[in-house]
Design a protein. Structure first.
Length: 118
């Protein structure tokens, strides 16, 4: 059974940084693309960043380009999201997701809350 467990969320002031982690178990992590999504109160869940199985190809939504960096450590079965220059509008629950043997994001973590104060 695949499990994804996020950590690293918290409360930070605007301009600050956080690093989210997502630990994966139960699947072939090193051959799986991973991504981060987020959902703010009253809004739909939205894509933030994606990384391919090797870590060589990444993609980002425009609103995080230059501020967030997605990376992975296949030896630790972990994907990261380094978030710098945080803004109040980045406040959301951040979810880790994976494409295990599928073109769809078919596994999700429970989410970690990120709150950015102004």
């Amino acid at each position: 059974q695949v499990q994804l467990v996020e950590s690293g969320g918290g409360l930070v002031q605007a301009g600050g940084s956080l690093r989210l982690s997502c630990a994966a178990s139960g699947g072939s992590f090193s051959s799986t693309a991973m991504a981060w999504f987020r959902q703010a109160p009253g809004k739909e869940r939205e894509f933030v960043a994606r990384i391919d199985w090797s870590g060589g190809i990444t993609s980002y939504r425009d609103f995080v380009k230059g501020r967030f960096t997605i990376s992975r450590d296949n030896a630790k079965n972990t994907v990261y999201l380094q978030m710098n220059s945080l803004k109040p509008e980045d406040t959301a629950v951040y979810y880790c997701t994976a494409q295990y043997g599928s073109s769809l994001y078919n596994y999700w973590g429970q989410g970690t809350q990120v709150t950015v104060s102004s």
